[in-house]
Write a protein that binds this ligand. Structure first.
Ligand code: B12
Ligand code: SF4
Length: 485
């Protein structure tokens, strides 16, 4: 019910990161679908450029600028929100996503009107439905929100309850983003793991739930209906299932595997975990049509993996799972983290070598400098290292994504960023015949060390970043044949 009679006059502009033009953010798509279902029609999406958002703001309309906030974007989004509020004091800025969930104090910044903690499908609709447009009064009591009223007073509501029946949610509204590359999906929420660098355990804690109460999955019926409708709209492509551990519920996977093969039959990529893999699991994935399976190795040092990262598998477990997956004809992708606290460059090079040995080819390795993300236990453990200003993340941008880290935990941080850049950069740059990325993973450690000291790699990295971010590259990507998707 549109009790305000104002829904048609409300614009919601979701702001996502600059590179997301290439991908759809499922969180934004889902929130948009919920708003549309509730009767809000004017939903837009924009990247983080002031000039572009400015053009979308229309006079005499109630405009909400909704920032979907990963920690790495907090600083630029806060700057942008401040600029927007100074230029257009009447717009209302909303922040949601993983960062505000764990750091709601960001509301104290000028330019932030409200922050939402946790899942927001119900909370956002309730906020907008109860906003008193006529009298410009903020809705003070909506669960999930910290809200600044017009006198600058901050109202802190309790968290909202999670939605148990996620089948009741609409399919994400993918019309917001032009389709590009793979089609992205996520069907379940929650993970049994307690990895110290990941926000997922923090979410269970935030909701005060054990894994069993927190884990939710869409039914196979709903899952297949969503996939079929997206494939019908955007054509046949590769699909990526982003569930933390795909097919964690074995009965679900059995039904999915049988029906997906018959009803969809397209290749897909998915995340998994070394700890849950057995013959039956791999066989179900394979017969469904799985092409690539992603595992987090994180480090070659099994003691550090267990003690610091809280991941419980040995190197022997790892290699036997990889061997098994390969025996089913699955391609294996490996994630590693470099820059672990108190580690050395040699340890990182060892991890790279182990990932190279396990992964199906050199493009299937992701090398990331560890981020001390809010809500993670590794951040808590090292919290004395962090500055008082909670939003003071120091950024270093690589070609793909920005990462954050602190020099005090690894003195060689600048080298690590270069190392990450080297491995990431050459995932994009496929120079025919040269196979540079392959070379990086095969070179003796001494040579890699020498390379990351060379300024030429720093410069080439900076250039690549500029090219990738440039509009003409985005528009004419197909002409840059040496850039991989
Ligand atoms: C899929 C995924 C990706 C994909 C696509 C990301 C995308 N933009 O959609 C890829 C592989 C590209 C990716 C990359 C990265 N990711 Co990622 N990713 C995920 C993953 C597994 C699922 C995200 C998702 O779709 N969830 C489902 C949707 C429905 O949930 P949601 O997005 O959280 O949105 C809900 C709420 O947060 C909230 N909400 C979200 N936005 C807003 C906005 C407003 C206004 C409101 C009110 C509410 C709200 O409401 C939504 C509905 O309930 C999550 C972990 C997880 N399971 O959530 C990590 C996660 C989000 N990623 C994370 C990180 C760190 C990254 C990288 C920075 C990693 C890196 N160093 O490269 C990059 C950044 C990429 C980028 N440019 O955005 C962290 C973020 C932690 C943090 N504090 O910021 C997470 C939580 C995983 C972790 N490590 O703990 N990621
Ligand atoms: S297994 Fe993956 S999603 Fe689960 S806690 Fe560990 S890193 Fe996070």
């Amino acid at each position: 019910m549109d009790k305000n009679g104002f829904k048609n006059k409300v614009d919601v502009i979701f702001v996502g990161d600059f590179l997301n033009g290439f991908r759809n953010s499922l969180g934004i798509c889902l929130l948009s679908a919920c708003l549309k279902r509730a009767g809000f029609k004017n939903i837009k999406v924009c990247d983080q450029r002031f000039s572009k958002i400015k053009k979308l703001i229309k006079a005499n309309r109630f405009t909400f600028i909704a920032f979907s906030t990963l920690s790495v974007y907090t600083r630029p989004y806060l700057r942008l929100a401040e600029k927007l509020k100074r230029k257009f004091p009447e717009v209302v800025t909303l922040f949601g996503g993983p960062h505000p969930t764990f750091m709601p104090e960001m509301i104290e910044n000028y330019g932030v009107d409200a922050v939402c903690r946790g899942e927001a499908e119900r909370a956002l609709v309730e906020f907008l439905e109860n906003y008193d447009y006529r009298n410009k009064k903020v809705p003070e009591n909506v669960p999930g929100w910290w809200i600044k009223d017009f006198n600058g007073r901050i109202i802190k509501n309790n968290r909202a309850e999670i939605i148990n029946d996620i089948d009741s949610l609409p399919d994400p509204d993918r019309s917001l983003f032009p389709p590009f590359g793979k089609l992205h999906f996520i069907f379940s929420r929650g993970c049994p793991g307690y990895c110290s660098f990941c926000a997922m355990p923090g979410m269970k804690h935030f909701y005060d739930k054990n894994f069993k109460d927190y884990f939710r999955t869409r039914s196979v019926d709903k899952t297949l209906a969503e996939i079929k409708s997206v494939v019908a709209s955007f054509g046949r492509q590769n699909l990526f299932f982003h569930d933390s551990i795909f097919g964690l519920d074995r009965n679900w996977l059995k039904e999915f595997s049988r029906r997906y093969r018959l009803e969809v039959g397209l290749p897909f990529f998915c995340n998994s975990s070394i700890n849950i893999v057995d013959h039956e699991y791999l066989q179900l994935l394979k017969s469904a049509g799985c092409k690539n399976i992603f595992f987090g190795l994180e480090t070659a040092d099994q003691e550090v993996r267990r003690r610091v990262l809280k991941k419980n598998f040995t190197n022997t477990d790892f290699f036997s799972v990889i061997k098994l997956a390969r025996s089913y004809g699955l391609e294996v992708d490996v994630f590693i983290l470099i820059g672990l606290p108190d580690g050395k460059l040699e340890d990182d090079l060892n991890s790279m070598a182990m990932a190279a040995e396990a992964s199906s080819n050199y493009h299937n390795i992701s090398v990331q400098v560890l981020c001390y993300l809010p809500g993670t236990s590794i951040r808590k453990k090292y919290q004395t290292f962090f500055p008082k200003d909670k939003e003071d993340f120091r950024f270093s941008r690589n070609v793909k994504y920005p990462v954050l880290n602190y020099k005090s935990l690894r003195k060689d941080l600048h080298l690590l960023y270069r190392l990450q850049s080297l491995t990431t950069l050459f995932a994009y740059l496929v120079i025919p015949g040269l196979g540079i990325r392959r070379t990086i993973f095969e070179l003796p450690p001494k040579v890699v060390k020498l390379l990351i000291h060379l300024p030429v790699f720093h410069i080439s990295n900076m250039l690549a970043k500029k090219i990738i971010k440039h509009d003409s590259f985005k528009k004419n990507k197909k002409y840059f044949s040496f850039f991989k998707k």
